[in-house]
Design a binder for this molecule. Sequence first.
Ligand code: NDP
Ligand code: 2IT
Length: 446
Amino acid sequence: MLHGKLAGTYDEVLRRNPGETEFHQAVLEVLSSLEPVVVKHPQYADAEIIRRLCEPERQIIFRVPWVDDAGQVQINRGFRVEFSSALGPYKGGLRFHPSVYLGIVKFLGFEQIFKNALTGMPIGGGKGGSDFDPKGRSDGEVMRFCQAFMTELYRHIGEYTDVPAGDTGVGGREIGYLFGQYKRITNRYESGVLTGKGLSWGGSRVRTEATGYGLVFFVDEILRTRQDSFDGKRVVVSGSGNVAIYAVEKVQQLGGTVVACSDSSGYVVDEAGIDLALLREVKEERRERIAAYVEARPGAYLVTDASIWDVACDVALPCATQNELDADAATVLARNGCTVVAEGANMPCTPDAIRVLAEAGVTYAPGKAANAGGVATSALEMQQNASRDSWTFEHTEQRLAAIMSGIHERCLETAEAYGQPGDYTAGANIAGFTRVADAMLALGIV
Ligand code: NDP
Ligand code: 2IT
């Protein structure tokens, strides 16, 4: 429950952004942590910091016309929401998925402000995307779509202005086509304008792995606080995209066993442990449905009529999409002995699920802390581009591990300082918020 000015701010968000339910959810989640902050720092309220943060600095919506393989003209809608540039250029991914609309882009952009602040790096917050559905599209169609999308986006981005990257439906292939078109239109080899680039043309080692690896490093820090580790743990990972695949890899490297993963068509259970090489072949190379994994793997089976969270585990890592883990799923996870739920995806746990986990004593790590390794490594890519340097895998992975450990520490210290010891949500929201708020105070009313 929000009180006083925070409640008024939230009412204003509801009124000004009708129908954008995911955005409302993300705002409420952050505002719910800020009561002790506004009590301690009245200067934030005086400068209307929170109300300003709830209104994006700039929102761009554009038509994306392109021609499919059949010669048919297709029209999609493109978005870029530039939320906050108090700490650096707008930074955040692009999502291509049929569910994308302004409310999704705004929820993701809003989350990104605090996530990016929490990394301690000089990056603001933004997000973009399109309702384009890459599933079943040929490589040529994806390229023409990306070119059409960049033909409008290019005028709004730049290495000192706004730096997009990947998210759902946007990986190395798409970033390549987007960068190619940006370079063609501007006649500039401006490496720092996009992150997630290929290694031979300005990308950073470990960026592909970073979100999944970072998530597992974060959970490793949680386990360390209990003198525990991944060794021997049963782990369930939802999704089988970029974040999920590299979470699986790092869990396995640290001695855990991932017994299930999924896509939107169902989940697979593999008690022997997910065969990572096969999963990568099915998903990254062949771009097939998860059923193809089971066909090639004796002992594994596919489930299409139940929740992946029914699979008993010690650690649950939702890495697919928003609101994929509800109160019922949380209840089952807790009953089956799960002790940590950490978000690789953005906002995968519903507010009711988070409540259930808290009541059951399950540690919950919010995405803006646990999945920040992706954007943090994007910031490392920007550093390498700015200095025309290229770091080794080992060095970059060490930087990532240190960043995740720093975020973990910042969450716990902040939660403690504001009277909520052990509460990662409070720690992440307050630490992220205060860093942006202090910069905004210094920069004046802009
Ligand atoms: P990908 O497109 O690589 O993979 C997404 C995975 O999630 C696929 O397996 C997909 O299945 C599944 N999925 C997507 N939507 C749904 C849905 N509605 N229901 C069930 N399954 C679904 O995306 P990423 O791995 O990059 O992103 C996953 C999540 O992680 C997103 O929430 C994203 O915002 C977040 N994230 C990503 C970062 C990154 O660096 N890429 C950084 C931080 C967070 P299918 O193929 O069947 O659609
Ligand atoms: O949600 C996220 O943090 C991302 N999709 C990564 C953004 C980035 O700019 O690397």
